[in-house]
Design a protein around this ligand. Structure first.
Ligand SMILES: Cc1cc2nc3c(=O)[nH]c(=O)nc-3n(C[C@H](O)[C@H](O)[C@H](O)COP(=O)(O)OP(=O)(O)OC[C@H]3O[C@@H](n4cnc5c(N)ncnc54)[C@H](O)[C@@H]3O)c2cc1C
Length: 392
């Protein structure tokens, strides 16, 4: 007899499920072993309950991953080292996608491949910020979206001003991943008076716990407690990371990277949900036979497997293009757009195939559906991906 409790418990953790598939073209056994060791050692930290209720242990997870050397492993010391580092990052995101709850993977992706990767690419950023982030001692968050303006970032209302020899920033941001845990904020703000040297959007470094900064956790369908609203009231700017006029251009280049890595994560999450759906349909009996003997069920799973493999292959190609420094913006957008659609479809079908069990809180298909909805918004919405693909 099918036991829904067992199903949920088993599928809720990658540690009890199938081993993560390596997204990398050239597997690195040393890194793989460190990653496996980390997932086993941090089983309690990754436990679903800690990410669903109360304050998620983001700081502890980043500290543990930093101490285990996983962020350093995914960081290029030289330009020639870039391909190796990117494949390690992809492998890290793929492994965390198998954990069964999207939140730890989202926290790590934001830390490594949004904020730290961006800081590492900006000459104005103090190298100590990157060193601390790679060690898991501190974290940063990219604060671009405003309550009034998300997709259209050219209409920023947050602005930077000069007060004597100090720069301050005033405005509001929301849905900022990792903001409740951040030590530093990378704030996109308008600079109408050329306080940073030139007018237009600038990217600024703001200490997250300075006077004039207030961060409030926002709750959502998923990623419980991970995103936050940030209110800035003449908050101090410690560094002009990118002067006015160039902030948005720098972010647009950076988003190629983020979108490909999000596609890696979504492809692996879809594969994990499918593996669970196959196991579940094999174990569950209806009308006297295993559910999976039904041709409709088999064909559904086969079609979804084909779509998932397409997404995974496209994301791998995206990593190759990033490594070569030649990933077109439209390609990164296509990867993200397709991955979000396929993840949503896989999660939706898997939930239906699980019957009433799929509707239970905590079922992996339900969690993945929740994540798919969030990932169709974060890093640029589905519609903005289509706009980018259309522009080429
Ligand atoms: C889980 C999660 C994590 C996030 N993390 C971050 C983060 O770390 N940092 C950050 O800065 N932001 C973050 N965001 C915010 C996210 O980037 C924005 O929600 C997103 O860019 C959309 O902006 P908006 O919410 O203001 O929607 P709007 O821009 O108001 O759009 C509303 C709807 O209209 C559509 N739309 C808008 N313009 C057009 C158009 N021209 N043509 C057709 N359709 C259009 C959009 O696609 C969307 O469906 C996160 C969001 C989520 C859900």
């Amino acid at each position: 007899m099918h036991d829904p409790t067992t199903t949920v418990r088993a599928a809720g953790g990658a540690l009890t499920g199938p081993a993560p598939r390596s997204p990398g073209q050239a597997a690195d056994p040393g890194f793989r072993a460190r990653l496996d060791g980390f997932l086993t050692a941090q089983r309690a930290l990754l436990d679903d309950a800690r990410w669903e209720h109360g304050t998620p242990p983001v700081t502890d997870l980043l500290a543990a991953a930093g101490s285990a050397g996983l962020f350093r492993d995914a960081w290029a010391a030289t330009p020639a080292d870039r391909p190796r580092a990117l494949w390690h990052a992809a492998e890290l995101h793929a492994a965390l996608a198998r954990v069964g709850n999207g939140a730890p993977g989202a926290a790590v992706l934001t830390h490594l491949d949004v904020a730290t990767r961006l800081l590492g690419a900006l000459p104005a950023a103090d190298p100590a910020l990157v060193a601390d982030a790679l060690a898991g001692r501190t974290t940063s968050a990219l604060a671009a979206t405003e309550p009034e303006h998300g997709s259209d970032l050219a209409r920023l209302t947050t602005r930077v001003d000069r007060a004597g020899d100090r720069l301050t920033v005033t405005g509001g941001k929301w849905f900022i991943s990792n903001a409740p845990f951040a030590d530093h904020l990378l704030v996109l703000a308008d600079d109408p008076g050329a306080a940073t040297g030139r007018p237009g959007p600038a990217l600024l470094l703001v200490p997250a716990r300075a006077p004039g900064v207030r961060t409030t956790p926002l709750d959502g369908l998923g990623h419980h407690g991970l995103t936050g609203r940030v209110d800035l009231d003449a908050a101090p700017v410690t560094t002009v990371l990118v002067p006015g006029g160039h902030g948005l251009l720098v972010l647009m280049r950076h988003w190629l990277h983020e979108r490909v890595m999000l596609a890696v994560r979504m492809g692996e999450l879809a594969a994990a949900v499918l593996d669970h759906a196959v196991a579940d349909a094999t174990a569950r009996h209806t009308f006297g036979t295993p559910l999976i003997t039904n041709q409709h069920v088999r064909f559904t799973l086969a079609r979804l497997t084909a779509e998932t493999e397409e997404v995974r292959a496209a994301a791998r190609q995206g990593v190759r293009l990033l490594a070569a420094g030649s990933c077109p913006a439209a390609y990164a957008a296509a990867c993200k757009h397709r991955a979000a659609a396929v993840l949503r479809e896989v999660a939706d079908e898997a939930l239906q195939l699980a019957g009433g069990d799929g509707y239970r809180t905590g079922h992996p298909a339900g969690r993945a559906l929740r994540d798919a909805l969030g990932l169709a918004l974060a890093g640029g919405t589905d519609e903005l991906m289509l706009q980018q693909i259309d522009r080429g």
